[in-house]
Design a binder for this molecule. Sequence first.
Ligand code: PMT
Length: 312
Amino acid sequence: MAEPSIDGKLAEEFAVPSHVEEVKESMTEFAQYHTSEGRRVVVITSGGTKVPLESRTVRFLDNFSSGRRGASSAEYFIEAGYAVIFLHRHRSLYPYTRMFSTINMLDALQLKSEQGEVVVDQEVLPNITKVLKRYQEVKEHRLLLPIEFSALAEYLHLLKAAAQALSTIGSKAMFYLAAAVSDFYIPASEMPEHKIQSSNGPLQLSLNMVPKILSPLVKDWAPQAFVTSFKLETDASILLDKAKKALDTYRHQAVVANVLDSRRGYVVVVTRDTQVELLLTDEDVKKDIEIEEMIVSNLTSAHCRFIDQNKV
Ligand code: PMT
């Protein structure tokens, strides 16, 4: 029997989130509004996906990602004139608030009077005024559309919905797939309903392969968009070969290759014709420059050229 298509697999084996159509409509409206205002639109995926082991989930497998890459990139895309759909893992780092993620909010506030007047301690929350001002401008101009996922099934269906929503704006759409997506899962039909009992002894798991979502995204769902995937390895010696192989396989526009330990200071942006190393120097670090600023600058220029080449 022929293998089912990825669309078929998605529909059969991954529960469809109840709000997916509503989210698709809001993404379509967002994309059309911003392109009519002359902006390009980027979908950023960020954070790790969660794979449940039981349908009434107590235990799950998780993919590592703090969400920092996606959250900081969202800010730089907005500064570059894009509108951002931020498809992120629930409670992973978020644009703007990421800067204060290590601070206990209650330590930053002081009760000034019996009437309940509260002031913010600027020493605890440095730069709060600047960040708050920018955050409010972004909100006012509706430049950021946040969409949350937790489980792998939600991620897959929401990314498909995003791709279909943005297919209406052609090459003005970019996908920036920084999320850490599980390669393995347990199909709903094989998942135990209740909590797995430790009294049954050691647990043996057999996991299926998750369909590579990049393939239908590039070929079918958003064929005119500029697509950037990320390649994460822990072994630097295989990284570039894997990045080039991904480009050959999926025929998309760029791969940002990074190694887990050095990902904050060094990446390679690989396209079919180029390979650009981006490196933060000690001077850059002192000036609070982040590598995401360089990645976004590189990709927004490539996106501009892509749009020009695809003009009819
Ligand atoms: O969040 P931080 O802590 O800042 O870390 C950032 C990061 C290291 C998570 C990020 O820079 C990164 O590398 N993200 C991609 C990690 C990853 O899942 O790599 P991968 O080699 O497993 O997947 C490669 C690409 O295929 C990814 O773009 C992914 O979206 C895509 N994929 C993966 C699985 C799958 N079933 N379908 C896919 O299309």
